[in-house]
Design a protein around this ligand. Structure first.
Ligand code: 6PG
Length: 242
């Protein structure tokens, strides 16, 4: 399935454009699994959903997971779950049982195994792997995605559903889903904004020399749809070779 590009004027417009897409995918669904990304871009989404979609989205139909989580307690400023709770779960009515957080406070390797089992127990299977209805991804300005970084790119192809990754500069441990899980999803949506991403977006879309060294370049759902929601600052020059 060809890559679908969605270009918006600015990050707020990206959040609105993606939300329109999500509403289309959620229509008439009573059970929908989403793996959220972390970092700053999703904050725009959560603020928009809390402000304008509190009574529009059937939150009881969505099961929330994370594509990656920092190995810190849930109340830590670094916690992706903590950020999502503060901006979204504390403001809309998501049933407790629909929130499948990574226990960042636990020993990373033990938690990676536990979380892999929680994913497997709560998603459909496809292609021999757990298959999320939707995986939302960000991309770092080094081309990482989820918490698979270029210096550990071998982790992307791991058969394990979840691995322990290490942030290249801070050394922070993280639990991350791997490439087979990402590429077994029914839908994958990158949300990428900002001029600091432009270099890697260009490299990936125009297959510039060295682009396979960027984990984000390896996201290609087996049969699912791949969407890139970007603002003009992040988008590449030219058309994708997809
Ligand atoms: C994380 C993320 C990570 C993020 C990218 C982009 O836990 O940090 O999941 O992969 O999506 O680093 O982050 P920004 O949205 O802040 O640019």
């Amino acid at each position: 399935m060809p890559t679908q590009l969605h270009i918006s004027a600015d990050p707020e417009a990206v959040a609105r454009d993606f939300t329109r897409y999500l509403l289309e995918q959620l229509r008439d669904k009573k059970h929908f699994t989403i793996a959220l990304s972390g970092g700053s871009t999703p904050k725009l989404l959560f603020r928009l959903w809390a402000a304008e979609y509190r009574d529009v989205i059937d939150w009881s139909a969505i099961h929330f997971f994370w594509g990656d989580e920092r190995c810190v307690p849930p109340g830590d400023d670094e916690s992706n779950f903590g950020m999502t709770k503060a901006l979204l779960f504390d403001k809309v009515n998501v049933p407790e049982e629909n929130i499948h957080r990574v226990h960042g406070e636990e020993e990373p390797e033990i938690e990676a195994r536990r979380y892999a089992a929680e994913i497997a127990d709560n998603t459909e299977q496809f292609n021999g792997f757990p298959s999320f209805d939707l995986v939302i991804l960000g991309m770092g300005d080094d081309g990482h995605t989820a918490s698979i970084f270029p210096h550990e790119i071998a982790l992307f192809k791991e058969e394990r559903f979840c691995v322990v990754a290490t942030h290249p500069t801070s050394g922070q441990k993280r639990v991350s889903i791997t490439g087979p899980i990402i590429n077994s999803a029914q839908r994958v949506a990158f949300l990428v904004t900002g001029a600091n991403k432009n270099d890697k977006v260009n490299a990936i879309f125009q297959r510039e020399e060295g682009y396979p060294s960027y984990p984000a370049a390896h996201v290609q759902p087996v049969t699912g749809a791949l969407h890139w929601f970007m603002d003009e600052a992040a988008m590449y020059d030219g058309s994708p070779n997809s």
